[in-house]
Design a protein around this ligand. Structure first.
Ligand code: SF4
Ligand code: MG
Length: 333
């Protein structure tokens, strides 16, 4: 089957500095990123902050314009055959809950009806649609339609944000830290709501979170980014049991354990991420990688097949180290 979304060699570089006292520099926020998302799939996008996850998301929805690369939605190239306006209807984003994400002067009903109204839907039909969506996200319209954002809890605000994102019947939702600000119990409720909505409405998700337990819970596949590049992607279980890229391995190993007998925080990845203004040569992870050899700083590793179901990894040493210490699964440590 044709993927719902194909991102091909997408790049976005930002110019920074260039003031009186500083030279102009280029931040390679997203560099030659390719990924594909099948219909009905949940793809988890992970990596340390500043790795380009959110920029990738904003490029996909057309909130910012790429310097290079191609986006195909349902096989149609965005730009040549599909307008940006049409893409923005089919792909919607939900951001981290914050008071600022909802207009404090709009009622819940008007917030959800806004998109349809802009697209020419009559006020009555848009209101009916808003009420239907409120029911879908578990909020009784009789109680919530007339409320303002300050009268909502964090979980209720995120439900309204989800309803608003669904108002134009999108095919793909990109959820950028959408549950990250919520208490654990509320987070679980919203995650379960998202899973139910996905099944009921035939949606596809790209799910961005710094919380790898959430990612593991909701994702079918994971895409790992480091300093603007994809370093590994593949099925969640295969990557969880046997991460192939040393960065994926280190990221998972740094997670706080959920096992009550083993609550100790594992050592984090050595050092901070390097400055994306002048990323390291060759493999960008070589300054922090325990397996780095000369070839790693000399040559850029290409994404290559690493297993079934589109599992790919970009690492020079992936074969060399597979018989050694990294071969053990997480469960064995
Ligand atoms: Fe480490 Fe080299 Fe692989 Fe990069 S290419 S992750 S530096 S072993
Ligand atoms: Mg972010």
């Amino acid at each position: 089957a044709q993927p719902l979304l194909q991102v091909q060699n997408l790049s976005k570089h930002f110019n920074v500095g260039g003031g009186l006292f500083s030279a102009k520099s280029v931040v390679r926020a997203v560099d030659n990123v390719s990924l594909s998302v099948e219909k009905g799939e949940v793809v988890g996008l992970v990596g340390e902050s500043g790795c380009g996850k959110s920029t990738t998301a904003r490029l996909i929805v057309g909130l910012i314009k790429s310097d290079d690369g191609k986006i195909l939605f349902d096989g149609e190239a965005v730009g040549p055959t599909m307008s940006l306006r049409e893409l923005r209807r089919r792909v919607q984003m939900v951001f981290q809950d914050s008071y600022a994400s909802l207009n404090p002067r709009l009622t819940v009903e008007d917030t959800i009806a806004f998109g349809p109204r802009v697209h020419g839907v009559s006020a009555d039909v848009a209101r009916e649609r808003a009420h239907e969506l409120l029911r879908k996200v578990g909020l009784d319209p009789a109680v919530f339609a007339g409320r303002y954002p300050h009268e909502l809890s964090g979980g209720q605000k995120q439900r309204v944000n989800i309803a608003r994102a669904l108002a134009l019947s999108p095919r793909l939702l990109i959820l950028d830290e959408a549950v990250s600000a919520l208490d654990k119990s509320v987070e679980a409720q919203v995650l379960n709501l998202l899973i139910d909505l996905k099944d009921e409405l035939g949606l596809t998700y790209i799910f961005i979170s710094h919380d790898l337990n959430v990612i593991r819970f909701i994702s079918d596949r994971i895409v790992v980014m480091y300093l603007g590049e994809v370093v590994e992607s593949g099925p969640v279980d295969a990557m969880w049991n046997r991460p192939r890229h040393p960065y994926t391995e280190a990221l998972f190993a740094a997670m706080p354990s959920l096992d009550p007998d083993n609550r100790t925080q594992k050592p984090p990845i050595a050092g901070d991420p390097p400055n994306p203004i002048n990323p390291p040569s060759g493999c960008r992870f070589h300054t922090r990688c325990a397996y780095a050899e000369q070839v790693c700083s000399d040559n850029v590793p290409k994404l290559s097949p690493a297993g079934p179901d589109r599992h790919v990894v970009a690492c020079h040493m992936v074969d060399a180290k597979s018989g050694h210490s990294l071969a053990g699964s997480r469960g064995e440590r």
